[in-house]
Design a protein around this ligand. Structure first.
Ligand code: SF4
Length: 346
């Protein structure tokens, strides 16, 4: 297993990390308050970002050779300034991600990815050749396609798979794209049908949406009587991107198109039409009965995105529930009351 490179935002092309012989390791924060990170970051900042900084200050992370921080939102920009001094050890590399999808944005992003690859290569012992990068692109696409197939089978009702399993497996997969991790993921997928799963059929089919979802939310919604069938979050379905035809010999252009063209995140403010089209596709394909939107405290992107989701649900007559959270694992009692009342509507 190669040295670990930490990453946060799902717009970070992990293929580059893999191709250089490193192991991508996603930082997903920790449960609990963040008193140490609060010392360095202002109070009204994303709790997920603070939670990740807290894990680093408390030295709860495995040793990282470096960390890639995509400056994807205001909170991440602050993290990029703070991380080198108070965060993890190793190099800090930043990435600028456009907020729209057009040819100029794709070209700009591809050039930034090439720069990032050069900086990462200097941390290791391997020069990055295009052929290695294509190999990594194919390996990741194979894995993602496996996951997409699995989630589609769940949506069609062919397998009964709980949202808590999906989140747990995806979390495990994102924090260790190693041969062992891959085998584990595949083994997990292969045994799904043999395992005894609670049968949620007949319950309201829900989309859980938000910027990043607390990993325990799907399990809680299941416990309270719902059936999450799609997790529209950057640690859920969005991370699986969408298949893109290989139109170019330049792997960086391909990666830029793959990532910017994937299911849009709430931060893609200039890409709202595509986000609404994406929701419409999910609602149809996954036969969604209602939506629970988790708004991360102080996440401006999620707050604006919720407004757009509300308009979308109003137009389609879909019930929508907003849950506010601070990523600490608190407030579950209030969530339970609200989710149970929401589910009574169906
Ligand atoms: S949850 Fe919101 S504020 Fe936090 S990192 Fe993601 S987009 Fe930024």
């Amino acid at each position: 297993m190669g040295a670990l490179i930490g990453w946060f935002c799902h717009y970070t092309p992990v293929e580059i990390i893999t191709a250089l012989g490193f192991t991508p390791y996603r930082l997903l924060g920790r449960e609990g308050n963040t008193p140490r990170a609060d010392t360095y970051l202002v109070g009204n900042l994303c709790p997920y970002v603070k939670s990740c900084l807290e894990t680093a200050i408390r030295q709860e992370l495995p040793p990282l050779a470096g960390t890639v921080i995509a400056r994807s939102c205001n909170a991440m920009i602050h993290l990029a300034s703070t991380w080198p001094r108070y965060g993890g050890r190793g190099a800090t590399l930043v990435l600028d991600v456009p907020r729209r999808l057009d040819e100029e944005a794709v070209l700009y992003y591809s050039q930034d990815l090439r720069r990032l690859a050069g900086e990462l290569a200097r941390l290791g012992e391997r020069q990055l050749e295009d052929s290695l990068l294509w190999q990594a692109i194919d390996a990741w696409e194979e894995q993602r396609s496996c996951w997409r197939g699995l989630l589609a089978a769940r949506a069609r009702g062919e397998i009964c798979l709980s949202g808590s399993d999906v989140m747990a497996w995806l979390d495990g997969w994102q924090t260790g794209m190693t041969a062992a991790g891959r085998d584990k993921g595949q083994a997990g997928s292969a045994t799904i049908e043999q395992r005894s799963r609670p049968d949620f059929r007949g319950r309201p089919r829900l989309m859980l949406a938000g910027s990043i979802l607390p990993a325990e939310l799907p399990a809680l919604v299941e416990e309270w009587g719902g059936w999450p069938v799609c997790e529209d979050a950057c640690n859920g379905r969005r991370f699986l991107l969408a298949e893109v035809a290989r139109e170019t010999g330049d792997p960086y252009l391909h990666l830029a198109r793959l990532y910017l063209g994937g299911p849009p995140c709430p931060r893609m403010v200039a890409d709202q039409t595509r986000r609404q089209q994406y929701w419409a596709g999910v609602v149809n394909d996954y036969q969604i009965d209602g939506v629970i939107y988790h708004v991360m405290k102080f996440c401006d992107a999620a707050i604006y995105d919720f407004r757009a989701m509300k308009d979308f649900c109003d137009r389609r007559g879909l019930p929508l529930l907003r849950l506010d959270g601070d990523y600490t694992g608190g407030g579950r009692g209030q969530w339970q009351t609200r989710v149970e009342a929401f589910l009574e509507m169906f």
